[in-house]
Design a protein around this ligand. Structure first.
Ligand SMILES: [Fe+2]
Length: 232
């Protein structure tokens, strides 16, 4: 089974799906592309709200979506969050933000040069209460420079890349990314889908691209890992 463990399909919640109808269409596309389980990883910003507030708000949006899905042919949907790194997180119970029923959390690093947050991230990892999936690690290369990127890649965490990065972007970036997949340096695929056009569900195209590069076995490994990490 394929799992999309990073997407913004929960309706009217963050900068992702703008309506229930859009969410249903995104889920239909996931299903048509062979995705059997979708983790709804809406953005969580500790600067904007606390964990309790987010969880309550998210439950309401999820109930709304589930109601609209009733009786339809959709993939399994489960809750998660894309948690933006914040200093306060190292002191908090992150369990409610993990993939539903697991101790695995999807963390997003700031879009700024490497700073204190790196130590905060280390503190979360060392606390050992949650397993960390780092979102779209391919973005770090240009952000943090070669040395910073190496530091991130050495962290004992699961590294997720976006399907779109395997399909779009420069020749050299893509070549480097396929090499990282080949070497087993990245561990998980997510669509990070936000809508139907600009940031669509494109799991199938990415899996096909991996296949063409002879990396079908790596894709299978990543899919199996995604199932394990999102299963309670
Ligand atoms: Fe995302």
């Amino acid at each position: 089974m394929n799992v999309d463990l990073h997407c913004h399909i929960l309706p009217e919640f963050d900068d992702g799906s703008e309506s229930v109808e859009m969410s249903l269409e995104m889920l239909r596309r996931e299903k048509a592309q062979g995705v059997g389980r979708v983790m709804l990883t809406s953005h969580f910003y500790r600067t904007k709200e606390d964990i309790d507030h987010f969880v309550r708000r998210r439950a309401a949006a999820f109930a709304h979506l589930k109601q609209a899905m009733a009786g339809g042919d959709y993939p399994e949907v489960r809750l998660g969050a894309e948690v933006a790194m914040h200093r306060a997180l190292r002191f908090e119970d992150l369990t409610p933000l993990c993939y539903e029923g697991t101790n695995v959390i999807l963390l997003e690093m700031p879009f700024e040069p490497m700073g204190f947050w790196f130590n905060d991230l280390r503190a979360i990892i060392d606390k050992n209460k949650v397993k960390v999936v780092l979102a779209h690690v391919e973005r770090f290369k240009s952000l943090y420079g070669k040395k910073g990127f190496e530091q991130v890649m050495e962290l004992p965490v699961y590294k997720q890349i976006n399907t779109t990065s395997l399909l779009e972007g420069g020749f050299f970036e893509k070549r480097a990314l396929f090499k990282m997949v080949e070497d087993g340096d990245v561990h998980l695929l997510g669509t990070d889908a936000h809508n139907l056009k600009a940031r669509p569900v494109n799991m199938k195209a990415a899996l096909d691209a991996l296949d063409r590069k002879g990396l079908g076995d790596r894709a299978k490994e990543m899919a199996e890992r995604a199932v394990k990490l999102t299963t309670p």
